[in-house]
Design a protein around this ligand. Structure first.
Ligand code: GDP
Ligand code: MG
Length: 356
């Protein structure tokens, strides 16, 4: 699962990236940087930490999200300044927007206006998609002479009658409800405005306790999801010891680092959930799409387990914590035997029986 971080220059993208992934890439007042960085963030999950404390395993493996830090785009320069090749393959976008004031750091758009920056980026994505759709339609028009396959005819109709008009009305494609089949078809085009988006508003350190995503038109029906952070503060927090962190957070009036919320919101945005495997060897979280059935979930661990699937032994994470061992859960009839069609749920502890 990969998120592309993008936004105007000098809004705090690299600062946020460093915090999310514990990296040390250069940030700067003058040089926005021109290289794309990639790194992994661990998804904070208190359930998994408690399972680790119970099993004391040799290895502990949380779920991860991969972030790409993509150099800034210049307002008005159009889609060329987006690193499109890199963005096309990501699963979702993380748009960093500046709301902090700092006279030393010039703002690419002139004034600090988060709502306008959110709209500007959407427009960049829409323009990029529009030119891609136009090119595809031109190609299909040329192919009319030789005759279109039924699939191509369907595609042409969808692009010309639904997708292009939406883009021309400046509607990001993520807002359309096209149905599963059409969405699958469009996924092949890797259209940017169709990707899920999380907006991270980077506010000044004094505002982080009180600012809400709604203040910036985020969250709720038909709007992008949003999280408010102070990127430099998060960076500072992430480098403190656990005790110091608590004290610092309390001083700021925060319950947890906003960073945790960003990573969790990223995870949630993609409609994915975690199931766990436990043992003395390893306690681990595995990422699957919501609704994935047991046999397919087994395949995320190893294709042999999917192929030789016999059954899944399943217990809720909290039942396991309450009773201490899988054997105790079995005695209490809390350990269920599930077949290959069982939709695995978030927080299930699963042990697969298989035979190859
Ligand atoms: N005052 C202030 N400065 C910030 C904040 N976030 C980032 N910066 C500074 O803004 C500059 C650009 O940050 P950077 O992360 O490199 O931005 P990028 O160009 O979007 O990757 C750096 O000097 C950061 O230290 C913030 O919330 N407040
Ligand atoms: Mg940067």
């Amino acid at each position: 699962m990969q998120f592309g971080i993008l936004g105007l220059p000098k809004v705090g993208k690299t600062t946020l990236f460093n915090t999310l992934t514990a990296s040390h890439e250069a940030t700067g007042k003058f040089d926005a940087g021109s290289k794309t960085h990639v790194a992994i963030a661990k998804v904070p999950d208190p359930r998994l930490v408690r399972l680790r404390d119970l099993f004391q395993p040799r290895r502990f493996t949380p779920a991860t999200v991969e972030y790409l830090d993509i150099p800034g785009i210049e307002k008005g320069e159009g889609a060329e300044s987006l690193d499109l090749a890199k963005l096309k393959t990501v699963d979702a976008l993380l748009h960093v927007v500046r709301a902090f004031a700092d006279p030393e750091i010039p703002h690419a758009g002139g004034a600090i206006d988060p709502r306008s920056d959110i709209a500007t980026l959407d427009l960049e994505l829409i323009l990029a998609d529009h030119s891609l759709v136009e090119r595809r339609l031109e190609r299909l028009d040329k192919a009319v002479k030789r005759g279109l396959t039924p699939q191509e005819q369907h595609e042409k109709k969808l692009l010309a009658e639904t997708i292009r008009p939406a883009l021309e009305a400046e509607t990001p494609l993520r807002r359309l409800d096209l149905g599963a089949d059409n969405e699958r078809l469009l996924r092949g085009f890797q259209l940017l405005s169709a990707k899920p988006i999380l907006v991270v508003v980077n506010v000044g350190e004094g505002e982080v306790a009180n600012a809400r995503p709604e203040d910036f038109g985020l969250g709720g029906e038909g709007r992008p999801a949003g999280v408010v952070v102070s990127a430099p503060i998060e960076l500072e927090i992430s480098r403190l010891s656990a005790d110091e962190q608590k004290e610092f957070l309390a001083d700021l009036g925060l319950a947890e680092p906003s960073l945790d919320r960003v990573i969790r919101a990223s995870y949630g945005l993609l409609g994915v959930i975690s199931f766990f495997t436990v043992g003395e060897d390893e306690v681990r979280a595995w990422t699957i799409r919501r609704g994935t059935v047991a046999r397919e979930a087994a395949g995320t661990i190893h294709s042999d387990i999917e192929r030789g699937f016999i059954r899944a032994e399943v217990v809720r994470w909290d039942d396991l914590l309450a009773h201490g061992t899988l054997a105790a859960c079995r005695d209490k009839a809390l350990l269920r035997l599930e077949g290959k069609e069982y939709p695995v749920e978030d927080g299930d502890v699963v042990h697969f029986r298989f035979n190859v």
